[in-house]
Design a protein around this ligand. Structure first.
Ligand code: NDP
Length: 488
C-alpha cells in the first residue's frame, strides 16, 4: 500500500495498491501429453481425444479422451464387477482406504492446487486454501462414517446401491469429485465419474491418488468427455446418478430417468439473495458481499448474486462496495496475490457478456473498477449493477460470473418476498445484529443453506442442497450418505 488519501468524512482509502508479482511455480505438476480413461485401475487408450487448455492464456495443457457410449458402458461393467468385493469388505477396511486417500490428498495438496488453478482459472489462494483442503476433509469425514453406518441410521439396515454414475461441473472440479466419491465409497458403492469437459485434469491426477492408496481396481473409474459422455453415463447400467450442473441439463436427466428406478440427486443452479439489514456490521457485510459474488469469479452455484440492501443504508453500502471492488486484484490465477482469476472457458465468458449486455439494455447502471485485464485468456472485470428491477434478466437468471445485481427493500417481509421471488432456492445470506431476526428470516427463506453474518462457508459435516429448480437431495453430513444407501 502506498499513501493514504483522506476524502471528506470517509475512512482512509489507499490511492494505489501495488503488489510485486508472486507467481506460484508450475514445476510441481507433471502432465502427460495424452490421457486415456481410468477404468479397472488401468489407463485404457481412448479412441477420440480433445485438447484441454488453460483459461489464463489459452495454452494447451494435454490431450484428453472423449469417451463414447461403449467405453462408458465398459467402465460401468467394470465398476459392477468390483462392487461385489468392495461392498463385501469389512467397513473398517473401506474406511482405511478413504483415510489413505484423504492423507495423500493433503500430502500432495500443492500439486493439486497448482493444477486446479492452471486448468480451471481460479486463484491459487482459493485452490490452495479452500478447494484442496476441503476435498481432503470430505474424505476424512466420510472415512469416519464408513464403519458406523448402523449408528448413523439406527434401527435400519443400510445397504449400498451398487454402481453410482457421477457427473460434475467445472467450477470446483476436485471438490465436487470429493463430494461425490467420498460418500459413495463410504457407503460401499463403486463409482464411474465424469469430470467437466474443460477441467478434467485434477480428476485424472486423482487416479494416481487412487493407485497410490491401493484401492481395489474398478472401485473408482474416471471417464472424460463432453456432455455426450455424461448422457451415456446416465443411460448406462448404473443404480444411481448424482449430477451437479445447470438446471437445464438436470431437468433433462430427470426426464430421462423418470420411471427407470434409478436413484437421482440433482445439485443445480442458484440465484442467492444476500440480504443486508441496516443494523449490521457494515464493513464486515461488505467483505461478505465481495466474498459472496467474486469468490471463484462468481462461478459458484450458491453465489450471492442478488444483493438486497435495506433502503436506509443503500448509499453507504454501494459506496463502500465500489471502493472495496477497486482493490480487487484481477489477473494470473497462479499469482498468490490474485483475488479474481480467469473465466473458466470462452463459452462461459460469452454467456456472462451476453447477460451483462442485457442488463445494460434493460436500464441497469453498471460499475466496473478500473483494472487492466490480461490480453490473452478469458477475463471479465468484477461488475456491479445498480438500479436493477426484479424483472431484469440479471436479477432472474444465473450469470455464473463476477456480476452482482443490487436491489433494495424496506421491511423484513419485503426482503423475504423479494428473495424468494426466483425459480431457484439454493442459498441465502443475512446480515444483521439481531439473532431473533436471523431465525425469523431463516424460517421464511426458501433456500437449502442460509448463512448468517458470513457467506460461502462450507464444511463436510453440513448438508448442502437446494429447493425448487436448484435440485433435490443433499451432499455433505449424514444426509449426504442417504442417497447412496437403501435403508430397510
Ligand atoms: P452443464 O450442466 O452442461 O455441465 C455440467 C456437467 O454435465 C458437465 O460435466 C457436462 O459435461 C455434463 N453434461 C452436459 N450435458 C449433459 C447431458 N446431456 N447429460 C449428462 N451430462 C451432461 O453446465 P455448463 O458447463 O454448460 O454451464 C452452463 C451454465 O450452467 C452455467 O453458465 C451456469 O449457469 C450453470 N452451471 C451451474 C453449476 C452449478 O454448480 N450449479 C455448475 C456448472 C454450470 P461438459 O462439461 O462436457 O459439457
Amino acid at each position: 500500500m502506498t499513501d493514504l488519501e483522506k476524502r471528506g468524512d470517509r475512512s482512509p482509502v489507499p490511492a494505489d495498491w501495488t503488489y510485486a508479482p508472486a507467481p506460484e511455480s508450475t514445476d510441481i505438476v507433471s502432465l502427460r501429453e495424452r490421457y486415456g480413461l481410468y477404468v479397472g485401475g488401468e489407463w485404457l487408450e481412448g479412441t477420440e481425444h480433445y485438447t484441454t487448455v488453460s483459461p489464463r492464456d489459452e495454452e494447451p495443457l494435454a490431450e484428453v479422451a472423449q469417451a463414447g457410449e461403449a467405453e462408458v458402458q465398459n467402465a460401468v461393467a467394470v465398476a459392477r464387477d468390483a462392487f461385489g468385493t468392495w461392498s463385501a469388505l469389512a467397513p473398517s477396511e473401506r474406511a482405511k482406504y478413504l483415510f489413505r486417500i484423504a492423507r495423500i490428498l493433503a500430502e500432495r495438496s500443492r500439486e493439486f492446487a497448482v493444477l486446479e488453478s492452471l486448468n480451471g482459472g481460479k486463484p491459487i489462494k482459493e485452490s490452495r486454501d479452500v478447494d484442496v483442503p476441503l476435498a481432503a476433509a470430505h474424505f476424512f469425514y466420510y472415512a469416519g462414517w464408513a464403519d458406523k453406518l448402523e449408528y448413523a441410521f439406527p434401527n435400519r439396515q443400510p445397504r449400498p446401491l451398487g454402481v453410482a454414475g457421477q457427473i460434475i461441473p467445472w467450477n470446483f472440479p476436485l471438490l465436487m469429485l470429493a463430494w461425490k466419491v467420498a460418500p459413495a465409497l463410504a457407503a460401499g458403492n463403486t463409482v464411474v465419474l465424469k469430470p467437466a469437459e474443460t477441467t478434467p485434469l485434477t480428476a485424472l491426477l486423482f487416479c494416481d491418488v487412487v493407485r497410490q492408496a491401493e484401492l481395489p481396481p474398478g472401485v473408482v473409474n474416471i471417464v472424460t468427455g463432453d456432455g455426450r459422455t455424461g448422457a451415456a453415463l446416465v443411460e448406462a447400467d448404473v443404480d444411481k446418478v448424482a449430477f451437479t450442473g445447470s438446471t437445464e441439463v438436470g431437468k433433462a436427466i430427470q426426464r430421462r430417468l423418470a420411471g427407470s428406478g434409478k436413484r437421482l440427486t440433482l445439485e443445480l443452479g442458484g440465484k442467492a439473495a444476500n440480504i443486508v439489514f441496516d443494523d449490521c456490521a457494515l464493513d464486515q457485510a461488505v467483505e461478505g458481499i465481495v466474498n459472496g459474488i467474486y469468490f471463484n469469479q462468481g462461478h459458484v452455484c450458491c453465489a450471492g448474486s442478488r444483493l438486497f440492501v435495506q433502503e436506509s443504508i443503500y448509499e453507504p453500502v454501494v459506496e463502500k462496495l465500489k471502493r472495496r471492488m477497486a482493490t480487487l486484484r484481477v489477473g494470473d490465477p497462479l499469482d498468490k496475490n490474485t483475488d479474481v482469476g480467469a473465466i473458466n472457458s470462452r463459452e462461459q465468458l460469452e454467456r456472462i457478456s451476453e447477460l451483462v449486455e442485457a442488463g445494460k439494455a434493460e436500464g441497469a447502471e453498471i460499475y466496473q473498477p478500473p483494472c487492466r485485464l490480461p490480453e490473452r485468456g478469458y477475463w471479465f472485470a468484477p461488475t456491479v449493477f445498480t438500479n436493477v428491477a426484479q424483472s431484469y434478466r440479471i436479477a432472474q437468471e444465473e450469470i455464473f460470473g463476477p456480476v452482482l445485481s443490487v436491489l433494495t427493500f424496506r421491511t423484513p417481509d419485503e426482503a423475504v418476498e423479494k428473495a424468494n421471488n426466483t425459480p431457484y432456492g439454493l442459498s441465502a445470506g443475512i446480515w444483521t445484529e439481531k439473532g431473533s431476526r436471523i431465525l425469523w428470516m431463516t424460517e421464511r427463506l426458501r433456500a437449502g443453506v442460509v448463512w448468517a453474518n458470513t457467506f460461502n462457508r462450507f464444511d463436510p459435516t453440513s448438508p448442502f442442497g437446494g429447493y425448487k429448480e436448484s435440485g433435490f437431495g443433499r451432499e455433505g453430513g449424514l444426509h449426504g450418505l442417504e442417497p447412496y444407501l437403501t435403508l430397510s
